[in-house]
Write a protein that binds this ligand. Sequence first.
Ligand code: ADP
Ligand code: MG
Length: 713
Amino acid sequence: MLKASINTLTGTSKASISKFNKINLHTIEDLVEHYPKNYEDRSIVVAINQVVLNQANNIVAKVISVPIVNQATKLKVLRFQVSDNTGIMNIVFYRMPYLVNHFQLGHYYNFYGVVKLGLSLEMSSPSHQTHEKYQSSGKLFPIYPSTATLSQGVIRKYIWTSLNEFIIPSYDIAKINDTNLLASGDSKDEFLANDDSKDELMDIAYFNFVPPQIEVKHNLVSKQYALCNIHFPKSAEDLTKARKRLIFEELFLLQMGLYFSKSDFKTKKKGSSKILPDEYNKFVTSLPFVLTNAQQRVVDDLIKDLKSTSAANRLIQGDVGSGKTLVAAIALFIAVKNGYQASMMAPTEVLARQHFDYLSALFKDFNINIDILTGSISKKKREALLENLKNGDIDILIGTHALLEDCVVYKNLGVVITDEQHRFGVRQRLTLNKKGHSPDVIVMTATPIPRTLALILYGDMDISLIDELPPGRIPIQTYAVPSRYHARIYKFMREHIDAGKQCYIICPMVEENEKMDNLKDVISYSEQLKGVFSGYTLEYLHGKMKPKEKNQIIENFVCGKTNILISTTVIEVGINVPNATIMLIENAERFGLSQLHQLRGRVGRGTDASHCILVSDSTNDNTIERLKIMSETTDGFKIADTDLKLRGSGELFGTRQHGLPNMKIANMYTDTSILKIAQEEATAIFKSKKLQKEYQYLINIIKEKFNAENSIL
Ligand code: ADP
Ligand code: MG
């Protein structure tokens, strides 16, 4: 029934329905889940002599002149006067002549609208109701997300009707309780299969899928009550209760969905136990650095994981430059020395190649065969590589998305690592993991996600944190400056290059774009800079170049041949050139805080002082605030936190970046306490192994609600 189309409601019009359709509201469910973005508080009545001009005011007043419609004009103006003993006000409606019979001389009404002062006080097209209705109904009026042509009044009316015709009668308490009985029965599937009213019960279960014992335990109001009060709250208190219920429901479903997608309903998978190989100490002492305490802690976590008979599923979070690769190397080493193959996936060819070079050097005295697979590898080489992989000759395979293809088959893949995991979808990671027989899974990210959010995104994973940078790092100095500083900046860069250092310049665009001629682009800016930096080597890089070309350019920069690399954000992740000490970011206003942080993380990776210069002429307050924060802190968590506050979780952790569905009512950043409960309850259900039996209906609902448009499942 929730799936019924809007036109099954009483009193609809085709014109309005098409307007609803335009904002993607098609069914009763869509309507009742179209939550208000705000509420007008009409609990306080203002006396007419106290109204605030040019703002919405809420008055209760008596009609003191006969309402008259001026039929002569096109606007069919309806006009009358009202009074509340403190003053008189004109009430005006346009194009609503039919209201003339609605207002009766001598009767009291509630009016809510913006008051203007012309010849006298005037309120035009106010919301209105009889005084009796005003007294008996809630005082918080919903304000909906809308379009210019779809009025608040129409939305309210349609939602009001939906609630009255569908939600209140169809899902009465008795029926809900019936379903609740089902929820604690032994085999609901069987029960449902034999029941004539299966569809109806499924519909009810779909409507109210939060298990009743959870509702009781956490004092959640019923679904109907919540829906009625989220739209037309009887009081602020009822609104709070309604919100809590709906937020819980949304986060609970999300948690269940995440579990469902990631673990295939199994809790810990059985994996293979790996032991510390004889050469372990020799390998660790051969590493170019002593591990930091934080790295050592994470390595200890990993060793425990690898030794265990259940398959590891661990997220390693570590700010840019914290040394995640070295930790990954140790896991790869242990896998190989236990006779398994291992694989590591990176989001870009450039990064995959860097890992390949870095790891090849670390493993060179340990008789480990390491190879790389990316999209740009020749067909012939690729065929040989795949053959060697299948027969077990290759121990470690590094690569890009190319690793996900069906033809990539391992002999016995035991450890799978995904670097910069937020760049991959859940599905992609799963594809890689499935190439082994319950391999140990490790994912790494530099995106500093606050713990609460990490819990949602990676609810089924163990989390380790590298919360310390290697010793000797000097905090990067960051400056936000306007573009008139360019001459000074270039001089500063020359001094650094003359001292043997290298620089990055980031531009928001690849090529010149007439529509955005105030934005720097890689190609024409490089041309321009050749004059400014004559005698120095400059190269440019962007995502549209051929992989071979890109590799060559990166190589030139890595080995120090190039002084200045002008690039788009293709170098945002992973790239490690410790000799680069200046990061110049043009049109810094074009980048998000976390992105700026990642870009800045390309410098300050050695023991020399590094600088990040953010150029922007923006006068936007939000931008100025963002750039100020960048100059004040280098703490990735603090930056992510601020980013969330400035932009809301929707944007930073939006569908695009993390494959998460958009939330209708929950705010992952502020609703953390409800989130925690939702997570605990979802976890309990999964751990109880009752899911297959008792909660089969939840599985169906999850499948239905997390439809194809949400990439997470
Ligand atoms: P990220 O965590 O950003 O992936 P990397 O693994 O690329 O960081 O490491 C950043 C730099 O720090 C590299 O040059 C790496 O060799 C160096 N590094 C890693 N671990 C240590 C350590 N324990 N001591 C000193 N330098 C280290
Ligand atoms: Mg890295």
